[in-house]
Ligand binder design. Structure first.
Ligand code: SAM
Length: 343
């Protein structure tokens, strides 16, 4: 049975990256320490020295990334002396000189950012996820992150005007055009480049963990099962753990022994890919757990082809874009009990 590997490395990524092979990684997803922040937990780099510190690391990342790969960098500039420091902007410019293409920028909107009051600004509720690539053509599996069209479509498509039937070109000369009638009969659409996710810090023993959904979205978008994901600033290991759950191989590097150990405690070095066949019936593990695991793998594969089955599945088992596992497991358990194959 195919397996996926998780390699956890204790050390400074500036040196540890050197042991990785050229062009071996499909996706780098990481959140380095932001300049000067969290000095009390894992140190910080002075904003003025940030670019100088990061460039040797990004040089190694450029070397290990496959030509078809993507690098997603989660970062945010801090406020220094009353203004936003420019190290992120400077870093982007320096990385372009290093050979990276700055392909796209995603925004992580932190839905639950902590309320507060500042004399001259509002609470900060978003972070950047900068996308870098080596080439203009890179692997991207957009169908893997499609979202349900939503109620608006039903309402909007019921009342189509004449303009909706033709291509309506933007009056501001942007070249953007739309034909609303094209959406009739479609169930899912591409998402935007803004991700609305809550932060997670409770019970994770690290002060800056990602919510699982953040790496998951990018891993689905830029990799397939069996691909390699790298997080050079691993922290508690969220990226590696999620990659492994999704059937991707992963490498994580962490400089602090306590965080390295935290990740090591949760992430096995090697796991088998979720069963693809109906071996479920022969299994002695609790039925619900196995059914969930099986369904996860099944959905993952089939969601890439928007066929009729998938559309039906979404209608039956998804609510607001998320799978209703209880409903699905109940449904499958009932079928198994009746001697039928599972869905
Ligand atoms: C923002 S945190 C990452 C948190 C991670 N995304 C998670 O979900 O747990 C950055 C991590 O990088 C680690 N770190 C800092 N400098 C490093 C270096 N040079 N090499 C490897 N890890 C480093 C820190 O100890 C910290 O755990």
């Amino acid at each position: 049975m195919p397996t996926v590997e998780a390699r956890l490395i204790l050390g400074d990524c500036a040196t540890e990256l050197k042991q990785l092979a050229d062009e071996s990684i499909d996706l780098i997803f990481t959140s380095p320490p932001y300049a000067d922040s969290r000095v009390n937990t894992y140190g910080g780099i002075k904003p003025d020295q940030y670019v100088e510190w990061f460039l040797p690391i990004s040089q190694e990342l450029l070397r290990v990334l496959k030509p078809s790969g993507t690098f997603i960098l989660n970062i945010k500039e801090k406020v220094v002396n009353g203004e936003r420091h420019t190290y992120v902007i400077e870093l982007i410019l320096a990385m372009r000189k290093q050979g990276w293409l700055w392909t796209e920028e995603f925004i992580w909107h932190k839905k639950n950012s902590y309320p507060g009051k500042w004399p001259n600004r509002f609470r900060d509720a978003w972070e950047r996820l900068l996308q870098f690539n080596k080439h203009r053509k890179f692997n991207m599996y957009q169908e893997a992150v499609m979202i349900p069209m939503g109620d608006w479509a039903e309402r909007r498509l019921k009342r189509l005007s004449q303009t909706d039937q033709i291509r309506d070109v933007s009056r501001v000369g942007s070249g953007f055009g739309k034909r609303v009638a094209n959406w009739i009969g479609r169930q899912k659409v591409y998402p935007t480049n803004v991700l609305h996710l809550a932060t997670e810090t409770k019970n994770r023993n690290h002060s800056a963990v990602f919510p699982d959904d953040l790496p998951e979205w990018f891993i689905r978008l830029f990799t397939l099962e069996g691909d390699w994901v790298l997080d050079p600033f691993m922290g508690s290991g969220t990226t590696v753990r999620v990659a492994q759950r999704l059937g991707r191989n992963a490498i994580g590097i962490e400089i602090l022994p306590e965080y390295y150990q935290l990740a090591k405690n949760q992430i096995p070095a090697c796991v088998q890919l979720p069963a693809r066949q109906l071996s479920l019936l022969e299994d002695t593990e609790p039925l619900g757990h196995r059914a969930k695991e099986h369904n996860e793998a099944f959905i993952d594969r089939y969601s890439r082809t928007l066929n009729l089955f998938t559309q039906q599945f979404i209608q039956d088992f998804c609510d607001d874009g998320r799978i209703d596992w209880e409903k699905l497991v109940r449904f499958n358990s009932a079928r198994l009990a009746n001697g039928q194959s599972i869905r």
